[in-house]
Write a protein of this length. Structure first.
Lengths: 96, 96
DNA sequence: TTATACTTGTCCAAATTTGGTCAAAGTTAA
DNA sequence: TTAACTTTGACCAAATTTGGACAAGTATAA
């Protein structure tokens, strides 16, 4: 599941319209629409707001948000998947 | 192994000094030093040159180069590893 | 000591990305 | 049809990143 899919799910489960959530986030509905379709990413600070509005943990949102960024970096790359593996090795190795 | 470690290895195996390689890449030695220490990343175009200079395949360099970018994105993040997993899922899922 | 090689901090212009807006177009249900 | 909702494309200023240069500092060996 992508970040966009997640916020759409949360919003719909809460019975909210885009306009409504967009207002809470202080952005336009067009921008939220793009965010839900993973064409744009919300600001990091907005994660906090989302976790409050939907009463869910921040960390899950952070994971998906970050994953979107990572995916964006590799999506058009031949070596994308391999790069993820290497990065993972590095992340594990450096971990104290 | 990081991208910086790799080019240092290649350079040393070839018995080259930083200055020498830097000249081939048309950059200063200071910059190459930082690249070898993963403080800066070379340009993507430089990968081609490296593969020619050291007569190795481009794809391996691309993988490490990309991995550095990915790692940079997640290195200070709590959810970094989880994000990699999610991104991997997405990459696999979308794959035709 | 001196030369050679490497590292590091500071600085910077230019390129790119971010985080949007707005209006028009498309969709859906009544 | 009409109204409400969503999507999309074009555009943009501001923030950030990129890709370095340069000089000073460090390390090592002769």
């Amino acid at each position: 599941m992508t970040f966009g899919q997640k916020i759409r799910q949360l919003r719909e489960e809460a019975g909210m319209k885009q306009r409504e959530l967009a207002t809470k986030l202080d952005i336009g509905e067009g921008f939220l629409s793009k965010a839900e379709n993973d064409q744009k990413l919300l600001k990091r600070e907005d994660l906090k707001k989302l976790s409050e509005v939907f009463k869910i943990e921040l960390s899950g949102l952070e994971t998906l948000w970050l994953a979107n960024k990572v995916y964006d970096l590799i999506k058009d790359e031949n070596q994308g998947l391999n790069a993820l593996k290497v990065a993972e090795e590095q992340a594990k190795y450096v971990r104290k």
